[in-house]
Ligand binder design. Structure first.
Ligand code: ATP
Ligand code: LTN
Length: 334
């Protein structure tokens, strides 16, 4: 609890350009929840270097991502929007938690398996212990709730297990966090292969709608989305491409999938795809305009970065000192 409010933590990696999946699965829920909780939204740049990065590109992307959090509607005066690498407690707590995490647990993580298959020439220890750094992110702020897409559930379960293990040994040190998964949009699929999740690292750019895509590109991608030959608008697993478009439309226009199906009853796929395109454009256009405006205001963004790094360090140090004392590190002499 901070000032009587429960705490929320979430983060995104600054790798690649954000997709509509990232927005509907995560960012959009962050905004909905931000009034209710004391929120920490991190640009997790330390996680990004588990795969090789060009330093200049990473720096640029991290700043764009931080700006995008604000452009999407998160108030940086109320929410702590900051770079993970600016709060040294993340790395310090991650080290301690590494000593409370088993190799067997990390070996089971599907994201590790996927990423090591994808980056077979660089299976580094950081990629393996990635979930422990994520646990440290969350536990450092005593987060009650963590809004993420479905793909992060396994990491969140591990975080809960580590917290409970630590608490069983040392008493109630960590809040055990809950995942928050949105009702619609928790797993947006590729427009070209609806069995795969829409991902910023997909090689086929037509599978993903990027948050910075212009209206023509968005419309073209929606119209070319893979569907089926049933020619009937239904929300079923047997029509995964169409189901995904219904999810996208519903999440963008704020209705349920059932309402969407009803609204398009008897319509052809062509009409529906165009409506999906329009719905996506109407969500992304204001976001893009705000992003352009904020990007030009260097002093404002720099101020946010500085103030929020201080705030993150202030709150994270509290937990870190407590943990250090519990495990037996000597007190500091002041
Ligand atoms: P990468 O392709 O580089 O692994 P990613 O697109 O999966 O990246 P992350 O940075 O890992 O994105 O995810 C940021 C947030 O967006 C997480 O909460 C994740 O669960 C959510 N997310 C990512 N892709 C989707 C998707 N297709 N649908 C819904 N949520 C998603
Ligand atoms: N692993 C997440 C990003 C991430 C995160 C976090 C999300 C790192 N630390 C803490 C929620 C809470 C991902 O790949 N999407």
């Amino acid at each position: 609890m901070i000032d009587g409010k429960k705490v929320l933590f979430s983060g995104m990696q600054a790798t690649g350009n954000l997709t509509l999946g990232n927005y509907l699965g995560a960012l959009k829920n962050w905004i909905t929840l931000s009034d209710e909780y004391e929120c920490f939204y991190s640009v997790v740049d330390m996680h990004s270097i588990t795969v090789r990065q060009d330093p200049a590109v990473l720096r640029k992307r991290a700043r764009n991502l931080l700006t995008l959090y604000i452009a999407a509607g998160l108030d940086p005066k109320k929410n702590c929007i900051y770079y993970q690498s600016h709060a040294s407690g993340h790395a310090e707590l991650a080290w301690i938690l590494n000593c409370f995490t088993y190799m067997g647990e990390l070996n089971r993580m599907t994201q590790f398996k996927d990423k090591s298959a994808k980056h077979a020439d660089n299976i580094n220890a950081g990629l393996f212990t990635y979930p422990v750094l994520m646990a440290a992110d969350i536990l450092l702020y005593q987060a009650d709730v963590v809004p993420v897409g479905v793909d992060q559930m396994q990491h969140l379960e591990l975080t809960r297990n580590i917290a409970e293990r630590f608490n069983n040994i040392y008493g109630d040190v960590f809040t055990v966090p809950e995942a928050y998964i949105g009702k619609v949009g928790a797993k947006i699929m590729s427009l070209q292969d609806p069995t795969k999740k829409m991902s910023k690292s997909d090689e086929n750019p037509n599978g993903s709608i990027y948050l910075m895509d212009d209206p023509d590109t968005i419309m073209r991608k929606c119209k070319r989305a893979v569907t089926d030959s049933e020619a009937c608008i239904r929300y079923t697993d047997q029509q995964p491409g169409l189901k995904n478009l219904i999810d996208i439309y519903s999440a963008c226009s704020g209705c349920t999938p059932q309402e969407t199906v009803k609204a398009f009853e008897g319509k052809g796929y062509g009409d529906f795809k165009a409506a999906v395109g329009e719905a996506v454009i109407s969500v992304l256009k204001p976001l893009q305009e705000e992003f352009d405006r904020l990007s030009k205001d260097k002093a404002y963004i720099d101020g946010i970065i500085k103030d929020n790094a201080e705030k993150a360090n202030y709150f994270s140090a509290k937990t870190l000192r407590k943990v250090q004392r519990k495990v037996g590190f000597p007190d500091r002499i002041r």
